[in-house]
Design a protein around this ligand. Structure first.
Ligand code: LCS
Length: 386
């Protein structure tokens, strides 16, 4: 990860894309909380209007581009905006795009309901199965969109294999790297064309702002920027600043999230009320070998299944005190949710079942609290199920 003349990841997380303010010498990044910029004779002007670009947004863009190892990046108002403009930049009207079934429910709904209205032909597929990847490529998909690990089931997609197959067909792969972050996984190095993020999650890290990022080659990012200017998904300078601040501690937080998640996964695996635990860091995960090759750590997300279905899932969540029932993830606080009725309710039941989202499945974003306290809370709530 350390190239000629390049700094290490943690140094880049703290300093990348930043320089002292040339006017005041301020060391911390200034928040340019302005919608517009006074114009002179300079053509083209450096900044015009915050929907087109803003110096605080630019720091976030440069930092994430460096961390992902991409040429350029675009900051957006949310992860959904990042996904939309990256696909608008890559897929022409009438062309085909393959979208993984195993993605965040909002992404699924975007692919099913909005992209076809914009003239794209969407082919849903399961990227964990080689024959399905070959099927959609054979049908003419020019772009494949996927997440790994998948949300909420924490299955993995072999990025080298899928990007290799796509390359043989002249197709490009867009990877949503929200769950792992560039600290643990760098898809561009494995052959992806574009990386997108919901920066709302681990990049921000504190659950207090929405944001997104698109990373890739400069021309592609500039085309995504043109799409963003037209669709209006600019990030507010204050949210960009919160995410810049969050990224400074990304390596520290990811290590703690990961360590805590492994302990929680081990605890849940040994609990009699729990049928199955999915965490890439557990040797029992069917793709643990791939996880070790493809990722530098295992992250803070896990999924587990209760014997008693939805009723038991809700009873368990009601018994928790420290761990909060909420959607979203990547927060310093531990969060838990029920995908079938919350994040993934937009999927038809048969598609939910196909990708492993049963009525008893719970998704947990393990926070950075003391592991003993998180486990104590889970133990009490599971114990109360009787
Ligand atoms: N990609 C992934 C992997 C996500 O988990 C989410 C949101 C998005 C993109 C969209 O990002 P946003 O626009 O919200 O910044 N995931 C959520 C979740 O799991 N629960 O609530 C939101």
């Amino acid at each position: 990860m350390r190239g000629e003349g390049k700094k290490g990841f943690s140094t880049t997380a703290v300093h990348g894309g930043e320089e002292p303010c040339p006017v005041t010498g301020a060391h911390a990044v200034p928040i340019y909380q302005t919608s517009t910029f006074v114009l002179g004779r300079e053509l083209p002007p450096r900044y015009v209007y915050t929907r087109h670009g803003n110096p605080t947004q630019e720091v976030l863009e440069k930092k994430v581009a460096l961390l992902e190892g991409g040429e350029a990046a675009l900051a957006t108002a949310s992860g959904m905006a990042a996904i939309l403009v990256s696909l608008l930049a890559l897929v022409e009207k009438g062309r085909k795009v393959g979208c993984s079934l195993a993605v965040y429910g909002g992404t699924y709904a975007l692919a099913r309901n909005l992209l076809p209205r914009l003239g794209m032909e969407v082919l849903m597929f399961d990227p964990r199965r080689r024959e399905e990847v070959e099927r959609v490529l054979g049908m003419g998909a020019e772009v494949l969109f996927l997440e790994t690990p998948t949300n909420p089931t924490l299955d993995l997609v072999d990025l080298r294999e899928v990007c290799g197959l796509a390359g043989e067909h002249g197709a490009k792969v867009v990877v949503d790297n929200t769950l792992m972050t560039p600290y643990y996984q760098r898809p561009l190095e494995l052959g992806a064309e574009v990386v997108v993020h919901s920066a709302t999650k681990y990049l921000c890290g504190h659950g207090d702002s929405l944001g997104g990022v698109v990373v890739g080659r400069r021309e592609l990012v500039e085309e995504a920027r043109r799409m963003l200017v037209l669709t209006g998904g600019a990030i507010s300078p204050f949210n960009a600043w919160l995410i810049v601040r969050g990224i400074k501690t990304l390596p520290l937080r990811m290590e703690r999230h990961s360590r805590n998640a492994l302990r929680v996964a081990e605890f849940l695996s040994s609990h009699p009320r729990v049928k199955r635990v999915s965490y890439p860091g557990l040797p029992s995960h069917p793709q643990h070998g791939l996880a070790r090759r493809q990722m530098r750590g295992f992250g803070g997300m896990l999924a587990f299944e209760l014997e008693g279905g939805m009723e038991e899932a809700y009873r368990m969540m009601e018994g928790l005190e420290l761990v909060k029932c909420a959607v979203s993830l990547g927060d310093v606080s531990s969060l838990i949710e029920h995908p079938a009725s919350m994040t993934h309710r937009s999927l038809p039941e048969e598609e939910r079942e196909r990708i492993g989202i049963g009525e008893g499945l719970m998704r947990m974003s393990v926070g950075v609290e003391d592991a003993e306290d998180i486990i104590g809370d889970l133990e009490k709530a599971l114990g109360a199920l009787g």
